[in-house]
Design a protein around this ligand. Structure first.
Ligand code: SF4
Length: 65
């Protein structure tokens, strides 16, 4: 399972890295970016789903669930 961000949709609200700081971080512009390759580690699945549900731009997705 991996998380991904569609950078063309991200408007930088920061909810993803506030909710799931192990999976996402802020770039220099305040936009969300995936940490490393976006692998969702053990115990992080809930945070990944919360990030998808709370991105107001629909930019966060889960792949290989
Ligand atoms: S929550 Fe969505 S819009 Fe906000 S920084 Fe994360 S990906 Fe971008």
């Amino acid at each position: 399972m991996h998380v991904a961000i569609d950078a063309s949709r991200c408007q930088g609200h920061g909810r993803c890295f506030s909710i799931a700081s192990a999976l996402f971080e802020s770039d220099e512009l305040g936009n969300g970016v995936v940490i490393a390759d976006g692998t969702v580690g053990p115990g992080q699945e809930h945070h990944a789903h919360m990030a998808v549900a709370n991105c107001p731009e629909g930019a966060v997705s889960i792949e290989g669930a």
